[in-house]
Write a protein that binds this ligand. Structure first.
Ligand SMILES: NC(=O)c1ccc[n+]([C@@H]2O[C@H](COP(=O)([O-])OP(=O)(O)OC[C@H]3O[C@@H](n4cnc5c(N)ncnc54)[C@H](OP(=O)(O)O)[C@@H]3O)[C@@H](O)[C@H]2O)c1
Length: 142
């Protein structure tokens, strides 16, 4: 899909670019979801075991950000922005402070080496928990 967008000059808006809040480090095994307006409680990737198993992603983003004055969400968004110039994340938030924080992520410019290392480190992690019930992690990669 990304290759086709590149070929045809089409912009790409990644779905839920902070993985519904997961890539901020704010969600953990104690997080409670409001069943009335939040479907994360029904999605495999947001269950307690998956959140614990996937924590190394947050650790990597945090370590990178701590050395550079960036939050976990900012590193996640900056990484996404650095993938292709036509990738345009539109993170959702209910907080003005998060909106500002997320916009600042666009100012960060990776060196080639740090982007490569961050990507290599993240690629080593095996993601636990499907994004949706009934669709496997492997299927979502296709
Ligand atoms: N058409 C559809 O059915 C559909 C469905 C889903 C998503 N989308 C699109 O996907 C994009 C947004 O997706 P999304 O809102 O589902 O997911 P998202 O942007 O990946 O994540 C939003 C979540 O991240 C949290 N968050 C945002 N910035 C944060 C920060 N700096 N630090 C900590 N937490 C932060 C928000 O909580 P706070 O409110 O506390 O900041 C919210 O819980 C939009 O472009 C939207 O239109 C479309």
């Amino acid at each position: 899909m990304i290759k086709v967008c590149e070929e045809l000059g089409i912009g790409f808006v990644p779905y839920s670019p902070i993985s519904r809040g997961l890539l901020s480090g704010y969600l953990n095994e104690r997080t409670q979801y409001n069943a009335a307006n939040d479907n994360r409680g029904s999605l495999p990737r947001y269950q307690k075991d998956a959140l614990i198993a996937n924590w190394p992603i947050i650790s990597i983003l945090k370590e990178f950000g701590d050395d550079r004055g960036l939050t976990v969400a900012q590193v996640a968004l900056a990484w996404l922005l650095a993938q292709k110039p036509f990738i345009v994340p539109i993170p959702g938030t209910t907080k003005q402070a998060h909106l500002q924080e997320n916009m600042w992520a666009a100012n960060y410019e990776f060196t080639i080496d740090e982007l490569q290392k961050l990507t290599t480190d993240l690629n080593k992690i095996k993601i636990v928990g499907d994004r949706y019930t009934g669709i496997s992690v492997e299927q979502t990669k296709k």
